[in-house]
Design a protein around this ligand. Sequence first.
Ligand code: FES
Ligand code: FES
Length: 168
Amino acid sequence: MSPTRIPVRLRVNGRPAEGLAEPRTSLVDFLRDELDLTGTHVGCEHGVCGLCTVRVDGVAVRGCLMLAVQADGAEILTVEGLASPDGKLHPLQEAFAEEHGLQCGFCTPGFLMALHELIDDEPNPSEEQIRDVLGGQLCRCTGYAGILRAVQSAFAKLGASPSTESGA
Ligand code: FES
Ligand code: FES
């Protein structure tokens, strides 16, 4: 007998959304499989790589470590919600594209969402704060130099001047 599926109602990227989840279903699997929001990726499924990062009520969360049922009633922001409704990319997205902050791009949604929280919390972050965020996200392609440039560029676009030095 298959496990009971429980209704989960939340808001995702500013819109109401609902679906059914088994009690053991992770938030990231719910977003991808039930709501078809496949921009959030899955890697380790153990809270290590950061690929699955989304914002839950403003907090950057590993979507593989949170159950979908725990997110019932929450406000979720995923990478699909970063661009404006008219399609204009968020400055972070622009900067990653311009500064070669990605190669295969598999890690990129997680980086974007983790950095998006930093932008909200610390409009003028120290290098240590930036490195702290980047240290929680794994990228196996870029060597991080392009990502650091992208962060500098994104904060410059937003009117801040982080003191990040180039080089990982
Ligand atoms: S898939 Fe969630 S941290 Fe790796
Ligand atoms: S760009 Fe490929 S894993 Fe980061």
